[in-house]
Design a protein around this ligand. Sequence first.
Ligand code: FAD
Length: 452
Amino acid sequence: MAGHRLRDYPYWRDQAPLRDIGEGGPLPENADVVVVGAGYSGLSVALHLARAGRDVVVIDQDRPGEHASTQNFGAVGRTIRHKFTAVAEEVGLPTAVRIFQEAQGWLDYTADFVEREQIECGFTRNGRLYGAHTPEAYEAMARDMEIHQKHMPVDTVMIPRAEQHKALCSEDFFGAQYLRDVGLLHPGRYHAGLLDRALAAGARVFGKCRADGFEHASDGHVVTTPRGAIRSKELVLCTNAATGSHHPLLRYFRRRMIPIHSWTLVTEPVDDATIRAAMPNGAMQLDTTLLYTGIRAIDQDKRILLTAQHLFDHPDAESAARACLAQATERMPALANVRADYCWVGTFALTFDWLPHIGKDPKTGVHYQVGMVGTGVPAAGYLGWKLANRILGKPEGETVFADRPYPTRPFYNGNPRWILPYMREYYRWRDNGAWRRALAKHGRQPAPSPAA
Ligand SMILES: Cc1cc2nc3c(=O)[nH]c(=O)nc-3n(C[C@H](O)[C@H](O)[C@H](O)COP(=O)(O)OP(=O)(O)OC[C@H]3O[C@@H](n4cnc5c(N)ncnc54)[C@H](O)[C@@H]3O)c2cc1C
């Protein structure tokens, strides 16, 4: 429409603008702890260490929050990417139970943290639905949940196909899994709240200051930046998917992550009927395909956020927005005439074992919290608190996610861009083909091929 301007940056930043903090001028020469990265992870570590009396300096190559921490959807969950049974098979039942107990822990930690700290980020427990794209996907979720509930009860129920119309946007699913206690928040306001609390606790934050070099000695670390070098007793790396490859220390972590880019769109304000048609029970919705479509409501100004087009390289936000809307309207016709106001791309950091990792590198003594696996909205704050406690030598630092083997793959250099389009096409072919066949078998008109 003439005069309509699509914004190509995250919607959240209009309500919680990124701040120019500590830019220009030299860095201090010394600190107890230097934290590299001012997303949720780095700020959480910094906050808890500063409150414990440590002199903490946080540096970020961009403005604090400029990466995943203000690009995400704001889903506050208690899952990791793999099912309970798959994790149990991989690491054994007792460890799997601990992993899922701690995942519940990061949901509860975040709910408690934002309330205690009075961070006004609109945290609500709206729940989350996973619509099954085939009967087999529903059965697999139901079987997994039965075993999960036996070993570690969670507030999750299965919704059979006959009842899904009360919850899902479309009859094109084969039932759903409903996580009733998980929530949503405003990622920008949550990040701004963390930043304010870290600054108030005495942490010094320097934006536009890239860590270029790292030297390690028995008595500490020296980080070099274009604004000078800083010496510290402890060094914490919280660079996640933005980890560069310009230094061997960074390359070590980069080789252990797979950066996955993903497009997010926020619509113009819509009426209640459109929101109800898309999300009948108000819960966020995803589906069980690997390259899922996801939607959530943004309650305060009645917009819908949707995510789609994972791994697609669009030349600009306009083309990405068209493709995201086309993909979403295949199953959410209510969105057919809705306009996009914002569309942006962000990058997740997956790991090869699909687990988040924190720990201390035995060779260099560097602490790290890198590889948050798309669960960082609640996990990064929680694990940052754990990591701070580990540095302080406190028992609260105990966590199953610390110092686990951190796998990579032979010949993997941390830049999978050449292979991702092939993976994308394979998963689209596999999942959408299965979905179309299942719909045809059940007498429903299969949706057209998903939009590219
Ligand atoms: C599109 C998208 C949607 C997502 N949705 C969800 C969701 O709904 N729920 C959920 O739980 N998770 C979600 N995630 C994941 C979540 O956003 C991340 O796990 C989380 O933000 C990670 O926080 P972080 O602080 O570890 O990393 P980041 O926020 O990426 O921060 C890392 C920081 O390190 C800085 N840095 C890197 N290298 C250097 C250097 N050499 N020197 C100085 N600074 C450096 C970067 O500038 C950056 O600011 C999503 C992610 C994306 C991209």
